[in-house]
Write a new protein. Sequence first.
Length: 210
Amino acid sequence: NLKLGVMISGRGSNLQALIDACADPGFPAEIVVVISNKADAYGLERARMAGIKAVSFSQKKHSSKEAYEQSIDAELRDMGVELVCLAGYMRILGSDFVKGWIDHMINIHPSLLPAYKGLNTHKRALEDGCRFTGCTVHYVVPDLDSGPIISQAAIPISMDDTNETLADKVLPYEHKLYPYAVKLIAEKRINLINNVVHIKGYEDPINGVI
Ligand code: GAR
Protein backbone atom coordinates (compact mmCIF):
# COMPACT_ATOMS: atom_id res chain seq x y z
CA ASN A 1 0.00 0.00 0.00
CA LEU A 2 1.16 3.52 -0.83
CA LYS A 3 1.64 5.45 2.41
CA LEU A 4 -0.15 8.81 2.43
CA GLY A 5 0.37 11.88 4.60
CA VAL A 6 -2.60 14.24 4.38
CA MET A 7 -2.24 17.95 5.17
CA ILE A 8 -5.32 19.98 6.11
CA SER A 9 -6.39 23.29 7.65
CA GLY A 10 -10.07 22.84 8.44
CA ARG A 11 -13.22 20.84 7.82
CA GLY A 12 -11.47 17.89 6.18
CA SER A 13 -14.22 16.61 3.91
CA ASN A 14 -11.64 15.67 1.27
CA LEU A 15 -9.63 13.95 3.98
CA GLN A 16 -12.82 12.03 4.85
CA ALA A 17 -13.19 10.97 1.21
CA LEU A 18 -9.64 9.60 1.33
CA ILE A 19 -10.27 7.88 4.69
CA ASP A 20 -13.39 6.24 3.23
CA ALA A 21 -11.59 5.17 0.05
CA CYS A 22 -8.72 3.65 2.09
CA ALA A 23 -11.23 1.70 4.19
CA ASP A 24 -11.85 -0.49 1.12
CA PRO A 25 -9.35 -3.37 1.37
CA GLY A 26 -8.91 -3.24 -2.42
CA PHE A 27 -7.76 0.41 -2.36
CA PRO A 28 -3.98 0.57 -2.92
CA ALA A 29 -3.15 3.29 -0.35
CA GLU A 30 -3.37 3.99 3.39
CA ILE A 31 -3.16 7.19 5.43
CA VAL A 32 -0.35 7.05 8.01
CA VAL A 33 -0.53 10.61 9.35
CA VAL A 34 -2.73 13.72 9.13
CA ILE A 35 -1.10 17.09 9.73
CA SER A 36 -2.91 20.39 10.31
CA ASN A 37 -1.58 23.91 10.70
CA LYS A 38 -4.62 24.62 12.89
CA ALA A 39 -5.11 22.82 16.23
CA ASP A 40 -8.92 23.15 16.01
CA ALA A 41 -9.31 21.75 12.49
CA TYR A 42 -12.25 19.34 12.46
CA GLY A 43 -10.29 17.11 10.09
CA LEU A 44 -7.99 16.16 13.00
CA GLU A 45 -11.01 14.67 14.75
CA ARG A 46 -12.02 12.81 11.62
CA ALA A 47 -8.54 11.26 11.51
CA ARG A 48 -8.59 10.28 15.19
CA MET A 49 -12.05 8.75 14.81
CA ALA A 50 -10.58 6.59 12.03
CA GLY A 51 -7.63 5.60 14.23
CA ILE A 52 -5.12 7.64 12.23
CA LYS A 53 -2.31 9.64 13.85
CA ALA A 54 -3.29 13.32 13.77
CA VAL A 55 -0.96 16.17 14.70
CA SER A 56 -1.08 19.94 14.50
CA PHE A 57 1.94 22.14 13.94
CA SER A 58 1.81 25.76 14.99
CA GLN A 59 4.09 28.14 13.17
CA LYS A 60 4.18 30.34 16.28
CA LYS A 61 6.21 27.68 18.08
CA HIS A 62 8.94 27.86 15.41
CA SER A 63 11.51 30.55 14.74
CA SER A 64 10.65 30.83 11.04
CA LYS A 65 8.41 29.45 8.30
CA GLU A 66 11.36 27.33 7.12
CA ALA A 67 11.86 25.80 10.59
CA TYR A 68 8.13 25.17 10.83
CA GLU A 69 8.03 23.38 7.49
CA GLN A 70 11.16 21.39 8.41
CA SER A 71 9.27 19.97 11.43
CA ILE A 72 6.37 18.98 9.19
CA ASP A 73 8.81 17.44 6.72
CA ALA A 74 10.48 15.44 9.52
CA GLU A 75 7.12 14.13 10.75
CA LEU A 76 6.13 13.02 7.24
CA ARG A 77 9.48 11.26 6.73
CA ASP A 78 9.41 9.65 10.21
CA MET A 79 6.03 8.17 9.36
CA GLY A 80 7.32 6.74 6.07
CA VAL A 81 5.05 8.88 3.92
CA GLU A 82 5.44 8.24 0.18
CA LEU A 83 2.82 10.68 -1.14
CA VAL A 84 1.73 13.95 0.49
CA CYS A 85 -1.90 14.89 -0.22
CA LEU A 86 -2.83 18.53 0.38
CA ALA A 87 -6.53 18.55 1.19
CA GLY A 88 -7.66 22.07 1.98
CA TYR A 89 -4.23 23.01 3.36
CA MET A 90 -4.63 26.78 3.17
CA ARG A 91 -1.04 27.98 3.53
CA ILE A 92 1.41 28.43 0.70
CA LEU A 93 4.30 26.00 1.15
CA GLY A 94 7.87 27.25 0.81
CA SER A 95 9.91 26.14 -2.17
CA ASP A 96 12.41 24.12 -0.09
CA PHE A 97 9.60 21.99 1.33
CA VAL A 98 7.97 21.61 -2.08
CA LYS A 99 11.25 20.67 -3.79
CA GLY A 100 11.77 17.91 -1.21
CA TRP A 101 8.50 16.31 -2.27
CA ILE A 102 8.52 17.03 -5.98
CA ASP A 103 6.54 14.32 -7.89
CA HIS A 104 5.45 13.02 -4.45
CA MET A 105 2.97 15.72 -3.42
CA ILE A 106 -0.47 16.45 -4.88
CA ASN A 107 -3.20 19.01 -4.20
CA ILE A 108 -6.91 19.38 -4.86
CA HIS A 109 -8.08 22.77 -6.07
CA PRO A 110 -11.68 23.97 -6.63
CA SER A 111 -11.37 25.25 -10.20
CA LEU A 112 -10.54 24.06 -13.68
CA LEU A 113 -6.84 24.90 -13.57
CA PRO A 114 -5.01 26.76 -15.04
CA ALA A 115 -8.03 29.07 -14.56
CA TYR A 116 -8.50 30.57 -11.10
CA LYS A 117 -5.38 29.73 -9.19
CA GLY A 118 -5.45 30.93 -5.58
CA LEU A 119 -8.46 31.79 -3.42
CA ASN A 120 -12.17 32.58 -4.01
CA THR A 121 -12.34 30.43 -7.13
CA HIS A 122 -16.14 30.10 -7.26
CA LYS A 123 -16.72 33.83 -6.75
CA ARG A 124 -14.30 34.71 -9.54
CA ALA A 125 -15.78 32.14 -11.97
CA LEU A 126 -19.27 33.59 -11.32
CA GLU A 127 -18.08 37.17 -11.75
CA ASP A 128 -16.53 36.23 -15.08
CA GLY A 129 -19.77 34.64 -16.28
CA CYS A 130 -18.19 31.22 -16.79
CA ARG A 131 -20.58 28.49 -17.92
CA PHE A 132 -18.46 25.71 -16.41
CA THR A 133 -16.29 25.33 -13.36
CA GLY A 134 -14.82 22.26 -11.72
CA CYS A 135 -12.01 20.84 -9.68
CA THR A 136 -8.48 19.66 -10.35
CA VAL A 137 -5.99 17.32 -8.73
CA HIS A 138 -2.43 18.27 -9.66
CA TYR A 139 1.18 17.71 -8.67
CA VAL A 140 2.55 20.45 -6.45
CA VAL A 141 5.41 22.63 -7.73
CA PRO A 142 6.81 25.79 -6.11
CA ASP A 143 4.55 28.05 -8.25
CA LEU A 144 1.07 28.18 -6.68
CA ASP A 145 -1.52 25.80 -8.25
CA SER A 146 0.69 25.35 -11.32
CA GLY A 147 1.90 21.74 -11.37
CA PRO A 148 1.01 19.01 -13.88
CA ILE A 149 -2.71 18.21 -13.94
CA ILE A 150 -3.67 14.64 -12.99
CA SER A 151 -7.47 14.65 -13.09
CA GLN A 152 -10.32 17.11 -13.48
CA ALA A 153 -14.10 17.21 -13.36
CA ALA A 154 -16.10 19.90 -15.18
CA ILE A 155 -19.39 21.07 -13.69
CA PRO A 156 -21.92 23.37 -15.38
CA ILE A 157 -22.77 26.70 -13.73
CA SER A 158 -26.47 27.64 -13.55
CA MET A 159 -27.77 31.19 -13.87
CA ASP A 160 -28.95 31.13 -10.26
CA ASP A 161 -25.73 29.77 -8.73
CA THR A 162 -24.05 31.63 -5.87
CA ASN A 163 -20.63 31.06 -4.28
CA GLU A 164 -22.27 28.74 -1.80
CA THR A 165 -24.37 26.69 -4.23
CA LEU A 166 -21.39 26.34 -6.54
CA ALA A 167 -19.11 25.19 -3.71
CA ASP A 168 -21.80 22.65 -2.73
CA LYS A 169 -22.04 21.40 -6.32
CA VAL A 170 -18.30 21.03 -6.81
CA LEU A 171 -17.47 19.39 -3.47
CA PRO A 172 -18.95 15.92 -4.19
CA TYR A 173 -16.89 15.83 -7.38
CA GLU A 174 -13.78 16.68 -5.36
CA HIS A 175 -14.57 13.74 -3.11
CA LYS A 176 -14.61 11.36 -6.09
CA LEU A 177 -11.71 12.93 -7.92
CA TYR A 178 -9.17 12.88 -5.10
CA PRO A 179 -9.30 9.13 -4.32
CA TYR A 180 -9.25 8.47 -8.08
CA ALA A 181 -6.02 10.46 -8.50
CA VAL A 182 -4.42 8.70 -5.52
CA LYS A 183 -5.39 5.34 -7.01
CA LEU A 184 -3.77 6.24 -10.35
CA ILE A 185 -0.52 7.11 -8.57
CA ALA A 186 -0.60 4.07 -6.27
CA GLU A 187 -1.14 1.80 -9.27
CA LYS A 188 1.82 3.49 -11.01
CA ARG A 189 -0.35 4.38 -13.99
CA ILE A 190 1.04 7.91 -14.33
CA ASN A 191 3.89 8.95 -16.61
CA LEU A 192 5.15 12.52 -16.60
CA ILE A 193 6.43 13.50 -20.03
CA ASN A 194 7.53 17.14 -20.52
CA ASN A 195 5.53 18.06 -17.42
CA VAL A 196 2.34 16.60 -18.86
CA VAL A 197 0.65 13.68 -17.14
CA HIS A 198 -0.04 10.63 -19.29
CA ILE A 199 -2.31 8.01 -17.76
CA LYS A 200 -2.48 4.34 -18.65
CA GLY A 201 -6.08 3.15 -18.96
CA TYR A 202 -7.55 6.61 -18.32
CA GLU A 203 -11.25 6.73 -17.67
CA ASP A 204 -13.09 9.98 -18.31
CA PRO A 205 -13.74 11.32 -14.79
CA ILE A 206 -17.33 12.40 -15.47
CA ASN A 207 -18.53 9.40 -17.43
CA GLY A 208 -16.20 6.75 -16.10
CA VAL A 209 -15.55 7.58 -12.49
CA ILE A 210 -18.17 10.01 -11.22
C1 GAR B 1 -11.91 22.23 -0.80
O1 GAR B 1 -12.93 22.77 -1.60
C2 GAR B 1 -10.57 22.31 -1.51
O2 GAR B 1 -10.66 22.12 -2.91
C3 GAR B 1 -10.18 23.73 -1.21
O3 GAR B 1 -10.56 23.92 0.13
C4 GAR B 1 -11.67 23.09 0.43
C5 GAR B 1 -11.32 22.26 1.64
O4 GAR B 1 -12.45 21.57 2.10
N1 GAR B 1 -8.79 23.93 -1.39
C6 GAR B 1 -8.25 25.08 -1.75
O5 GAR B 1 -8.90 26.09 -1.97
C7 GAR B 1 -6.75 25.07 -1.89
N2 GAR B 1 -6.28 26.34 -2.32
P1 GAR B 1 -12.30 20.32 3.05
O6 GAR B 1 -11.45 20.77 4.25
O7 GAR B 1 -13.69 19.99 3.47
O8 GAR B 1 -11.62 19.21 2.29
